[in-house]
Design a protein around this ligand. Structure first.
Ligand code: GTP
Length: 343
């Protein structure tokens, strides 16, 4: 029996990990043994730690690059390691700049093709920023193409963070999405909350598998979800990709990992860090990490996405750090400014 795979794609900070947490909780409630592959552009496993802290699950991590291009050869190894743990379902959370179709295609190649099947490709959009992507990223044509691809190959498109925008913006996003993909279902969410039942319908724990029909019909919004087809180009209006596509899914996005300098005071104020994020304007796309700040005794998980900073208490036991992901970000200038915060 082939193990179903759900691919989670979507730009940086759109809500993939938030959705994955819900999917893992629902999988556990259904008695399923889920497996997770997480890919991060940075060298630190921020999301993996969040999952571990919230669900107790360990995950297969692929750090420091993108599994659809620069780290492509590592995916089969990670999936093989997961399969050894006999999962009932596998979730692959991609980096925000990955092309999900490349992953879907690699599931069709030997030796994975005999053991895995693509169940759904889900793409999340950040409602507050999605309409600006094309103009903001116009200097990185590969990235624009990849973001378009994330839409055209999706079976389900989740327009998340709808709490942060007016209904008119949601309507514009729906039109934009429809131009790229008129076949997939589209839902509008807050903290990636959707009806998960149709996504998990037909997936059963190993010992029950022969008694449960595979992939029953399900709906998220009322329409029946379609089965994932790798390589599907989306609607006729979608931009067609050339056969020999780019070798990477982005060209100017890079991650910088910042650790607390030795000999400094080790703590900064919350406001200082929020100002530091804002200082880089549109070049800083995402930041996340665990830091010790002056206002709190406990370590804080800080997340910067779509120009907004959020804070949560964390039990992270290691050395504090922050991963910054940017477009044409001046790594040396960022490191210098970071060090100056502690001097
Ligand atoms: N206001 C608001 N914030 C949200 C919503 N969904 C997620 N967030 C917050 O947005 C930030 C990013 O969410 P994640 O789920 O980590 O996004 P992601 O796509 O996994 O991010 P990367 O994998 O790092 O690119 C977190 O601070 C979330 O708590 C939402 O619907 N509304």
């Amino acid at each position: 029996m082939k193990i179903p795979v759900i691919i989670l794609s979507g730009f940086l900070g759109s809500g993939k990990t938030t959705l994955l947490l819900s999917l893992l909780k629902e999988s556990k409630l259904r008695g399923l043994n889920p497996g997770v592959v997480m890919n991060e552009l940075g060298k630190k496993d921020v999301d993996g730690y969040i999952l571990q802290e919230n669900t107790g699950m360990s995950v297969e991590k692929l750090l420091d690059g993108c599994v659809c291009c620069s780290r492509k050869e590592e995916l089969p190894r990670s999936l093989a390691a997961l399969l050894a743990r006999r999962p009932d379902i596998i979730y692959i959370e991609l980096t925000g700049v990955a092309d999900p179709d490349e992953i879907a295609k690699s599931l069709l190649e030997a030796p994975l093709a005999d053991r895995l099947k693509l169940h759904f490709t889900i793409t999340l959009l950040d409602a507050e920023n999605a309409l600006d992507y094309n103009s903001r990223f116009s200097s990185d044509k590969q990235l624009v193409r990849t973001l378009r691809k994330q839409l055209t190959v999706a079976d389900l498109i989740i327009v998340n963070k709808s709490d942060l925008v007016e209904p008119e913006t949601l309507w514009k996003i729906e039109k934009m999405v429809y131009k790229q993909n008129s076949e997939s279902e589209i839902v509008f969410t807050h903290y990636s909350q959707i009806n998960l039942a149709p996504l998990l319908a037909g997936i059963a724990a190993r010992e029950l598998r022969s008694h449960v029909p595979q992939r029953g019909p399900g709906t998220i919004n009322g329409t029946t979800l379609k089965r994932a087809v790798p390589g599907r180009g989306g609607s006729a209006t979608a931009v067609q990709e050339p056969e020999s596509g780019p070798s990477t899914s982005y060209s100017q996005v890079a991650a910088v990992t910042l650790t607390v300098p030795q000999g400094g005071n080790g703590r900064i104020r919350r406001e200082q860090l929020e100002l530091f994020f804002r200082e880089w304007g549109d070049s800083l796309l995402r930041a996340k990490g665990h830091v010790q700040i002056a206002e709190h005794d406990s370590v804080q998980l800080v997340q910067y996405a779509g120009h907004r900073t959020t804070w949560e208490a964390s039990r992270y036991p290691g050395q504090p750090y922050i991963v910054c992901i940017g477009l044409n970000l001046d790594e040396r200038a960022v490191s210098r400014r970071w060090a100056a915060l502690f001097s």
